[in-house]
Every structure is written in C-alpha cells, then in structure tokens.
Design a protein around this ligand. Sequence first.
Ligand code: ATP
Ligand code: MG
Length: 151
Amino acid sequence: MITEKKVKKEKINEVKITLLAVSRNESLARAYVSAFAAGLDPTLDELADIRCAVSEAVTNCVVHAYKGWENPGKIYINARLYSDRTVTVEVSDRGCGIENIEMAMTPLFTTDKEGERSGMGFSVMKSFTDCVRVTSKPSGGTRVFMSKKFS
Ligand SMILES: Nc1ncnc2c1ncn2[C@@H]1O[C@H](COP(=O)(O)OP(=O)(O)OP(=O)(O)O)[C@@H](O)[C@H]1O
Ligand SMILES: [Mg+2]
C-alpha cells in the first residue's frame, strides 16, 4: 500500500525589524524585505510584487496609524521564509486602529480629507500577494499579514 506523506512546510528564515513611522523609512522597509525575500530566489516580478505590497502597508502606518501624534510611533515588521517557497510579511503598528476593516479594504475607500490618497492601498496589497489578513483594534493598532508563494 502506498501512503501519501504530507510534506511539512518548514520555516527556513525569519527577520524582525522595528522602524520609526516616518516616510523616509518606507523605502528602507521595502528594500529590507525585498533583500530578505530574495533568499528564496524569486523572479524580479515576484520581488517587485512584494516590494509594492510592503510599501503600501508601511505607508499606511506612516500616514494613518499615528496621525496627529506629537512624535511618530513605530512600525513592526516580521518576515518569514518557508520551505515551500512562501514568504510571509506582517506589518503592525500600535496606532489608532481601524474601526471598520471591511470598509477600509473596499477599493477607493479613504479617510484622507486632503485629497492626496486614492484609497487603493489594500487593493494593491491584495492584487500583489496571495493572501492579505487584517486585524485591528481601535486605539490599539493594526496588523496586516500578507503571504505569497513564489513559483
Ligand atoms: N495602519 C493603519 N492604521 C489606521 N488606519 C489605517 C491603516 N491602514 C489603513 N487605514 C485606513 O484604511 C483606509 C484605506 O487604506 P488604503 O491603503 O486602502 O487607502 P489610503 O491609504 O487611504 O490611500 P492610498 O493607499 O491609495 O494612498 C485608510 O484611508 C485609513 O483610514
Ligand atoms: Mg494606503
């Protein structure tokens, strides 16, 4: 009798970084996660997808999470690589949180009143990764989990 052996997905690498929620750290976070994900030897397009998704999540922490705060808060990034060629990235903050996640994730929805935002950040994250999960607590912060399996 042939028994099917389930292949276990193993974590092969992990990195955690904490950054100040200022706009100059958007490109730093993007470059950092991209260099880390390159460890799975993805295509340039796949790497560009991760960069875009991370960029949107980090920008949201800079622009929305700590809006009105006297001093900028922090952005926590936790990235992992798995043996099945999956990369996962969690971007969290301890800022204002999101009251209605479903509404926030609707394309074109934005709370920006200055007309600088298009409300497409979450849509970009969704289209460039395989899975986006958002958890948030008003006044407690937001956590965005994304995962993508490379070819
Ligand atoms: N980390 C966060 N903390 C608090 N609110 C957030 C956070 N991320 C997103 N939001 C809320 O969700 C809304 C939608 O986010 P999304 O990234 O889709 O659009 P946007 O940031 O408004 O515009 P764009 O990303 O196109 O510049 C935001 O307008 C904001 O109200
Ligand atoms: Mg955004």
